[in-house]
Design a protein around this ligand. Sequence first.
Ligand code: TXA
Ligand code: MG
Length: 344
Amino acid sequence: MAATSGRRSWHRHPSDPSVLEARTTTVAIELLRKGDVVALPTETVYGLAADALNPIAVAKIFEAKERPSFNPLIVHLPDEQWLERVAKVDDRSRAQIKKLISQFWPGPLTLVLARQPIVPEIVTAGLETVAVRMSSDPVFAEIISAFGKPVAAPSANRFGRISPTTAQHVFAELSGRIRLIIDAGPTMYGIESTIVAVREDRIDLLRRGPITVEQLAEFGAIHIVSAPKTVSAPGQLPSHYAPKTPLRLIDNAELFALEKNRRVGLLAWNAFIPAERFAAIRILSERQDLSEAAANLFRSLRELDDLDLDLIVAERVPARGLGAAILDRLQRASHDSGTRGRPE
Ligand code: TXA
Ligand code: MG
């Protein structure tokens, strides 16, 4: 797993990507206080943050992302004290929630809980629940604790596009729409947080992520929610995370029959790579390490997507541990491939 040490701490002006200045988190904090949006690193992916308790500030997130307003946002907390100010923890689930929090917070686990009235409807998209998490990213933590209030932050990409794992990705997605991107280098996990809802001891898995089913299973029975009926969660839409280039999942590039005159890119997992057959190749992890693969996933997809290929083929990774979350993202990226112009 990528270490956080040695990460650059700079901020980048979207108006001029060549200008890197020594980090001034103060500017980010000022923007948050003024009710503006700012792109911040988290340990999972870059987020587009605004004051979660200020509906006008939150509206600016939807505007910049072109996100349909019916999609609820994750509320990031400065500390655990904020949990019960924004969410209701019912007595029957309390013990389980506390266990999960003490094990995984701060970190990439999002909990869906009943909402407190203080949370604006625009944040929860009118739902009676609110998604909360506490990021372990040191730069994010520094900014949010100085701000002193919860921050709503979806991934800092335009709606339906690949989540950004570097400040450069955010720039490619949102330049001209936001005033500041805090650049702290590539994110540690590279995929979005695991989302769960807790019902007494049972854990409903709403989105796979860095905290794996295996890790969660130590705390209770896991119920995998595949097609939620009541929640419009874009992370759960089949065609979310779509690159522009059609993407197909395959087991093994060696067995893939290439069609003539097509420029095909390979997102490789297996050790043997038939390099001569592909117009471009990105290797998820030379060491076949699933954490490294997750950290490289969105950057590799984005790079292949930028090459104007006819097709991207992605080798399936093992479905264990983090591999399940990677497969989930690849499946969504491959869904309806070729149908361009879809909103999501
Ligand atoms: O790692 C992450 O979670 C990143 C970083 C920036 O924190 N954030 C992120 O946010 O992935 P976003 O908005 O791209 O995805 C949030 C997901 C969506 O699928 C949304 O529908 C779901 O969380 N969600 C939010 N509130 C919910 C709720 N009350 N019930 C169910 N799902 C909810
Ligand atoms: Mg997202």
